[in-house]
Design a protein around this ligand. Structure first.
Ligand SMILES: [Zn+2]
Length: 114
């Protein structure tokens, strides 16, 4: 889904039994296209490429079964499984078959590289 759809999705599920909890303020993402009111793409500037050439990315939101990230390849929001809070590790991007796996990093470990 794109960033506009994600906003609505997060709002809709924020009051449910299994609320989507934000982990990062969405206004700190770079939203594109810059000149249009309706934003369709997002860039999370916390993401970085490690020395092995893998994208490392941090979640923007979480619920009991899913983790939500901004894809560095397609700038869309991707949903991955979250097993009781364990979401770290390499994941397949799903958007481009030729894309290298990215690694989801535990948000509590942020700060080591900055
Ligand atoms: Zn993608």
């Amino acid at each position: 889904m794109n960033i506009s759809e994600f906003r609505q999705y997060a709002k809709r599920w924020s009051k449910g039994k299994d609320p989507v909890k934000p982990l990062f303020p969405l206004d700190r993402l770079e939203l594109l296209p810059a000149d249009r009111k309706r934003k369709t793409h997002a860039v999370d500037h916390r993401s970085f490429i490690d020395s092995d050439g893998y994208w490392n990315i941090y979640p923007i939101a979480i619920d009991s079964f899913h983790v939500y990230i901004v894809c560095p390849y397609c700038q869309q929001i991707h949903i991955h499984g979250n097993d009781k809070g364990h979401y770290e590790g390499p994941r397949c991007p799903h958007c481009f078959t030729q894309a290298k796996n990215y690694k989801i990093v535990n948000i509590s470990k942020k700060g080591r590289n900055t």
